[in-house]
Design a protein around this ligand. Structure first.
Ligand code: BG6
Length: 466
């Protein structure tokens, strides 16, 4: 029998509103945390927009106006699924209003209709590093319990409005990154001298409760819809076979999987209670929070870009793609230093399956590189190779028994990077003429990899084996 992917596999592409839409001041939109982070998720963040400064997210690649053209390319690729997020501050510009912004709602009506007309199933992230800035400045973001009700009000509006157009939903993008860059992922700051660990777990608790309540709400509004959690994964290998390196790597990995453990199992695991005990963490919780947590997700969404290594005694730091570590001598890296490791993806799929027994959705994977347009295209053979190797790893994971719903390649057209807010970290199958200073015609050009991904989808993966 010819080798190919399972029938109905959701081949796709993924973006986030703040990284592609631009039009930050149009349609009644309020500012979000992304808008004032001109250097990306690790800051520095401005307190307001400085009119003399360039903010990459504010314009991005103008998807807000050019989505018919961009989705046209996605249709030509043959995508079955298109992941994007709703910019929360288009719907509730400040976040605490009682009535939503109709203009924002109409934009997503048009967008989801177009996605469907182009033959794709929308997959929508409710909150992708886009907390309304007003909620940060006036309520302290996710450190405040009141955020749960603001979030649920927003969820109710978008679920009621779009449930017949959007079947697949994700709660918080890469929720584990609240512990790595709390401002962008959770809309809050940790002051110096505070118990940082307590602040991080408190915000996470409110987010877990809000996410679980949104699961219940969606199921109640439309039982045919499915909703998943979403974390950033990356395999963390022990740097050596020293037992301390091995256990340290395991612990690092488990700290990520914790953000799946709670939404899938509906309770806090023992290893985290130990972290709380040892760090004087006293959470503000209510009995009803633990009832709410029992509303568990339908599937596990995750991003995977690279792997890292862990050596005992070293501090673990992360950025958008995972842990930052010393180079692994067995792997090559991208020109942004991300180690290319398809086997790591197979490993993550297997680990998540073994631990949680839920369908998986690979909602981000891709390669970001510096590229130059030559004769109207980019000869990106490295991207072809990256995608081929990662998809072959996904295929192996499926043979291993993992139930994988789909694969949405990250940034199928060039967008602003979350990590560094650069345009020049390009992931796309479609090149967009714009540079890091905001210059460029915004014209779109197909790269060589465009035809490759098109063929992969057209053959349901069979061409990968030729
Ligand atoms: C994920 C995020 O962390 O990685 C995306 O969900 C992000 O928003 C992607 O763009 C790639 O990271 P970066 O920093 O290269 O844009």
């Amino acid at each position: 029998m010819e080798k190919q992917f399972p029938e109905g596999f959701l081949w796709g592409g993924a973006v986030a509103a703040n990284q592609c839409e631009g039009a930050a001041f149009e349609g009644g939109k309020g500012l979000s945390v992304a808008d004032i982070a001109p250097k990306g998720v690790r800051g520095p963040y401005d307190s307001a927009i400085d009119p003399n400064k360039y903010y990459p997210h504010a314009q991005a690649v103008d998807f807000y106006h050019r989505y018919p053209e961009d989705l046209g390319y996605m249709k030509e690729l043959g995508l079955k699924c298109f992941r994007t997020s709703i910019a929360w501050s288009r719907i509730f510009p400040k976040g605490d209003e009682t009535e939503p912004n109709e203009e924002g709602l109409q934009f997503y009506d048009r967008l989801f209709d177009e996605i469907r007309r182009d033959g794709m199933e929308p997959l929508v992230t409710i909150s992708h590093y886009e907390t309304p800035l007003y909620l940060v400045d006036h309520y302290g973001g996710w450190r405040n319990r009141e955020m749960i009700s603001f979030f649920l009000k927003y969820c109710k509006v978008i679920f009621q409005r779009y449930h017949s157009k959007v079947k697949y939903w994700l709660t918080f993008n890469e929720m584990n990154n609240v512990h790595n860059f709390p401002f962008v992922a959770g809309g809050f700051r940790v002051a110096e001298g505070e118990n940082e660990i307590e602040a991080l777990y408190q915000a996470s608790h409110y987010m877990f409760v809000a996410a679980a309540q949104s699961v219940a709400l969606l199921h109640q509004i439309d039982p045919a819809c499915q909703i998943g959690c979403m974390i950033s994964t990356s395999t963390l290998y022990p740097a050596t076979c020293r037992p301390n390196d091995v256990f340290g790597a395991y612990t690092g990995q488990r700290r990520k999987y914790f953000f799946v453990d709670v939404p899938v199992n509906g309770r806090y695991p023992g290893y985290i209670k130990r972290v709380w005990r040892e760090n004087n963490v006293r959470l503000e919780t209510r009995p009803e929070d633990f009832e709410a947590l029992k509303n568990t997700v339908d599937f596990i969404g995750f991003s995977y870009y690279r792997s890292s290594t862990y050596e005992d005694g070293k501090q673990l730091h992360s950025d958008t793609g995972g842990f930052i570590s010393d180079p692994n001598p067995y792997l090559k890296s991208t020109d942004f230093g991300w180690q290319i490791d398809p086997m790591g993806l197979r490993l993550v799929c297997n680990e998540l399956t073994d631990l949680f027994h839920k369908p998986l959705f690979i909602v981000e994977n891709g390669i970001g590189t510096r590229e130059t347009l030559v004769n109207g295209t980019v000869e990106d053979d490295y991207r072809i190779d990256f995608v081929r190797q990662h998809l072959l790893a996904v295929y192996q994971a499926i043979l291993d028994g993992c139930n994988i719903m789909g694969y949405t390649y990250w940034g199928p057209f060039d967008i602003v990077s979350a990590g560094t807010a650069q345009m020049e970290k390009r992931y796309g199958f479609v090149y967009i003429d714009k540079d890091d200073n905001g210059n460029g015609s915004l014209k779109r050009y197909k790269k060589k990899s465009f035809t490759f991904y098109q063929q992969v989808i057209a053959t349901n993966g069979a061409c990968l084996f030729e």
